[in-house]
Design a protein around this ligand. Structure first.
Ligand SMILES: Cc1cc2nc3c(=O)[nH]c(=O)nc-3n(C[C@H](O)[C@H](O)[C@H](O)COP(=O)(O)O)c2cc1C
Length: 215
């Protein structure tokens, strides 16, 4: 297989993109986030809540994976995960994280960096109760990112965890909501002529400052 040829035949950033009027850009980056999210939903972007979530471990090694945005709390981005997973342990050691949304259908990328904090126990509990049975069972097993010997082992553990879900809807241990408080947010709008727009918002002494970046 000639991968280079396949890549060349399927170029990135070649769609029909919306306008991004930077003169009208709001002073607060979360306002653009809401605007772009709503627009992505209207344009039927596939899975707009899924994004790349990057963490760094205690020795400085990065790792990234897809997670779903669950909610917003003022300026904060809420995600849910297992506190004993790789990302959970990373966040225990290093609060610096990054989030990257890519909405291919509209040529938009949003990059966010900030620090995480754990959301209150009460909210964790409320969120856990709303999860579906399979997600609850996985949370109860609480082994995300540990080595799994076989898919049979997963099936066995899911079966016994399913019983716990029936009996005790609060039987969660490690399901944790995290809030990312943004310190930098960059909005990238692809353009056909490749003069892509990058509008960056940086928090300086508690105030958001915005400026353009070279594409
Ligand atoms: C579309 C999609 C959404 C996902 N959403 C979440 C999520 O919200 N929370 C989560 O812990 N894992 C989610 N995952 C699984 C993660 O990508 C990852 O496999 C898992 O969290 C273990 O990551 P870790 O070993 O780096 O901690 C999602 C995966 C996909 C493909």
């Amino acid at each position: 297989m000639d991968i280079k040829k396949l890549i060349y035949k399927n170029p990135a950033l070649s769609g029909d993109y919306p306008e991004f009027n930077i003169e009208d850009a709001p002073d607060h980056p979360v306002d653009i986030f809401y605007e772009w999210f709503e627009h992505a939903v209207d344009r039927k972007v596939s899975e707009p809540a899924a994004f790349v979530f990057s963490t760094v471990d205690a020795s400085g090694h990065p790792s990234a994976r897809i997670v779903n945005l669950r909610d917003m709390d003022g300026e904060g981005f809420i995600i849910g995960s297992n506190s004993e997973s790789r990302k959970g342990l990373d966040m225990e050691n290093n609060k610096n994280v990054s989030m990257t949304f890519y909405w291919r259908e509209v040529g938009r990328q949003i990059r966010i960096t900030g620090q995480v904090e754990i959301v209150s126990e009460e909210e964790n509990r409320r969120d856990f109760i709303k999860r579906n049975k399979t997600s609850k069972a996985l949370s109860i097993i609480a082994k995300q990112s540990s080595k799994l010997d076989s898919m049979n082992e997963l099936d066995r553990e899911m079966e016994s965890a399913a019983k716990l879900v029936e009996n005790d809807e609060e039987a969660y241990k490690t399901w944790t909501l995290y809030k990312v408080n943004p310190e930098n947010m960059e909005f990238f709008q692809a353009r056909k002529d490749l003069a892509h727009i990058r509008l960056n918002y940086e928090k300086v002494n508690g105030e958001w400052q915005k400026y353009l970046l070279w594409p």
